[in-house]
Design a protein around this ligand. Sequence first.
Ligand SMILES: C[S@@+](CC[C@H](N)C(=O)[O-])C[C@H]1O[C@@H](n2cnc3c(N)ncnc32)[C@H](O)[C@@H]1O
Length: 261
Amino acid sequence: MSNTYTFGDNDRASERLRQLAEVYAPSSRAFLEEVRALLGRVPALACDLGCGPGHTTRLVHEVSGAAETIGLEASERHLARAAGGAGVRFAVHDVTRTPFPCPPAELIYVRFLFTHLTERPRVLRDWTAQLAPGGLLALEELDTMIGSVPALQRYYAIVEAMQRAHGQDLHVGRALPALAREAGVEVVRDQVARMKLPGHRMASLHYLNIQTWRSDAFVSAHYSSAELDTLEAELRELAAHPDPAVFVDYHMRQMVLAARA
Ligand SMILES: C[S@@+](CC[C@H](N)C(=O)[O-])C[C@H]1O[C@@H](n2cnc3c(N)ncnc32)[C@H](O)[C@@H]1O
């Protein structure tokens, strides 16, 4: 099955990624600090795969202290909005294909991309082959998320079904240990960071996303317009009214891999 990215690259998708970057910045920063310590040296080159408009690329650059950081992204539209800065650059590239258009990197970082891909063991193996000797591949992907209210739970069930229909895995974080074994790569660290994320911030990300993926062929065939309208309206309502009782119990799988010596 081909890799179909279901979450779009228009202005709304870009705004969603901006908000998403804010929500996950604290946990990703903490993880990247651990990865920097594991690496034990400042990378000459760090690489951020599926970088979108570059929020993660700038974070990787800042925390790793890399001399240069390159964000690789399939969407020209996302990259047209990406702002770099000293030492940060971007290139259009389908990262399921190697070699990457850059030298081997000491650090390769991937957040919320692997969930959208098929051929997962092959891709993991190919990514570790793009590392410089002693380099590390750091991934952050969803393991489990449980919404405290029905609208969030319904949203997650639909996204899970849509991703499955495309041969993808919403909860790919759960499968990462088995995939790493199948890929024959070395597991340097495997942990799950558990967070209680504010429901109104998550609902805001989700109603923006529904507007993008509701035209997906699988979704149109399985869910009525009225049902999606209702869900979108409920999520908008949750987004507009912060309430401590509305939250997401979020488990982020954080894995650090290396090429087998
Ligand atoms: C959910 S976004 C995550 C963006 C960023 N990593 C973050 O965490 O904020 C996934 C990104 O991967 C990109 N993408 C999807 N498939 C790709 C591929 N095969 N090669 C490169 N980029 C891809 C999408 O265009 C999108 O920008």
